[in-house]
Design a protein. Structure first.
Length: 163
């Protein structure tokens, strides 16, 4: 798995924990929503960063009250036709003001990276077989946006000059 963050290949310093794995006090860990809901108190007072993993069937509303406790939120794309994580990313950024790392996982392909980034994702676990250089280039493949999104790109209709 290759991790892109801020347009570069980076080492993944996060450990994805299974629900039965023990918790290290120092490591940066990503846990499931189920584990968070069952044992939130186990994660207080840790030195390492805390991330949470949401499946496409798990809505951002389920963590909205705790959003400030997470340094990373990983949203899963289980299959190409399932685009719920695009909407969830915008909800997390725009409605709940999440400022931490928003990671796309699962079926993450080059063709969707630009749009994922516009929705608020800033890191991407590329699917096996994805060309790294083309994926990096895909993050800036369009110079004009046609709709407002979670990024700072002004849509074309706001930048158009009338003659």
């Amino acid at each position: 798995m290759t991790l892109l963050k801020n347009g570069k290949v980076v080492e993944d310093n996060w450990r994805n924990l299974a629900d039965e794995d023990s918790v290290s006090v120092e490591e940066s860990i990503i846990i499931s929503l189920k584990r968070w809901q069952e044992s939130q108190d186990d994660f207080s007072g840790r030195n390492g960063q805390l991330g949470i993993r949401l499946e496409s069937s798990q809505k951002p509303e389920e963590i909205s009250a705790d959003i400030d406790r997470f340094d990373l939120i990983a949203l899963n794309f289980p299959a190409l036709p399932d685009g719920r994580a695009f909407s969830y990313a915008r909800i997390l950024r725009e409605r709940y003001g999440f400022k931490g790392e928003l990671r796309a996982t699962g079926k993450v392909i080059q063709d969707q990276l630009f749009f994922m980034h516009r929705c608020g994702f800033d890191s991407f676990e590329l699917s096996d077989g994805e060309d790294i250089e083309k994926s990096i280039a895909a993050l800036s493949s369009f110079s004009v946006a046609y709709q407002p999104a979670a990024d700072d790109i002004a849509p074309a209709y706001k930048t158009r000059h009338d003659s």
